[in-house]
Write a protein that binds this ligand. Structure first.
Ligand SMILES: *Cc1c(COP(=O)(O)O)cnc(C)c1O
Length: 337
């Protein structure tokens, strides 16, 4: 609240400048630019690398292609080629053969987008070797490499590698401050000096150039200094929650597959739909995301304490035992229907 601020559109907000320098250095990139949201910083990345008529490669579960309102097409004239591969990840074996021949019939394959951790893919964490392998493959094929790192610090903490290790694998990286890092808002895009100069123009075009944004950049600096190491607690809580849920009749979950702060599982159809269970849980103060049909996602984060975990498990057990299949299909959000 006491952050020193200035006009960031003129490059004169000292707190934003400090955040951008701090993050760029951390990833070994030349520059960075603060953005309003992860959608905005991802789409700035897409537009930096691509021209209208270009194509990007992404896992079919990717946020950039599923949850950003059709932005690659709407904002940049970019077409998306989705690839089916497990856990929301991509590797060289599935990418091989997906680069189109340079011919007038085809879109120009220009960019490969990875997501780490994967969201819809299940909260999975890329091993560093795999990031490096895909990165080398992309370079060999003259493709640009963008990372949707909305939860990149969860991946870094869980994967045991460094920000610089990840930075070396990508041309641009987008990171969210408003997820597990706990900020009220904000994201950032890192990359080369030239790419970030262009990203700034694009941010302006997308309406994301802010004035006294130091007031929120200060929260991001605080989060990077104080809320990264503790992400391990969220992962521990996620595991504990998963173990608790696994013992409840009607819930199907593989505890071993929980790798970060996202816990995905399914409820048996005889009990009802995920949207109905979510409604029953909400009445008891447990907020979870129905993911369509039987699938659910629970997220642990810095507002969830160790003591909250058994409480949440108890509420789940109660709701599952009481039944909910006659509840109205009330709810909002992308999976409400
Ligand atoms: C949340 C998220 C984003 C960005 O979302 P915003 O709500 O626009 O900040 C991007 N990618 C992934 C994987 C996400 O989970």
């Amino acid at each position: 609240m006491t952050a020193e601020v200035g006009d960031d559109v003129m490059g004169e907000d000292p707190t934003v400048n400090r955040l951008e320098r701090f993050v760029a250095d951390m990833f070994g990139h030349e520059a960075a630019v603060f953005a309003c949201s992860g959608t905005q910083s991802n789409q700035m990345g897409v537009r930096v690398h691509c021209l209208p008529g270009d194509e990007l490669l992404i896992n079919e579960t990717g946020h950039i292609s599923n949850f950003e309102g059709g932005a690659p097409a709407a904002l940049s004239g970019v077409t998306v080629r989705t690839i089916v591969a497990p856990d929301g990840m991509l590797d060289v074996d599935v990418l091989e053969g997906k680069v189109r021949v340079n011919d007038q019939h085809y879109a120009r394959t220009r960019l490969v987008c990875l997501e780490n951790t994967t969201n819809l893919g299940g909260g999975h964490v890329y091993p560093l070797k795999q990031l490096q392998r895909v990165s080398d493959w992309a370079k060999t094929n003259s493709l640009k490499r963008h990372l949707d790192g909305a939860r990149l610090f969860n991946a870094i903490v869980s994967g045991g590698y460094s920000a610089a290790d990840v930075g070396a694998c990508f041309d641009t990286i987008s990171i969210c401050f408003s997820k597990g890092l706990g900020c009220p808002m904000g994201s950032i895009l890192t990359g080369t000096k030239d790419d970030i100069v262009r990203a700034r123009r694009i941010r302006k075009l997308f309406g994301g150039a802010l004035r006294q944004s130091g007031i929120v950049a200060a929260a991001a600096i605080y989060a990077l200094e104080n809320n990264v190491v503790r992400l391990q607690d969220d992962h521990t809580h996620a595991r504990q929650l998963a173990a608790g849920l696994a013992a409840i009749e009607g819930i199907r979950i593989d505890v071993e597959r929980v790798k970060s702060n996202l816990v995905f599982f399914e409820i048996e159809a005889t009990h009802g739909l995920a949207i109905q269970l979510a409604g029953a849980l909400r009445e008891q103060g447990v907020l979870v995301g129905p993911m369509g049909g039987q699938r659910m996602r629970v997220v642990t984060h810095l507002d969830v304490t160790t003591a909250d975990i058994p409480t949440a498990v108890d509420v789940f057990r109660q709701c599952m035992a009481q039944g909910f299949k006659d509840r109205p299909l009330a709810g909002s959000g992308p999976y409400s229907k």
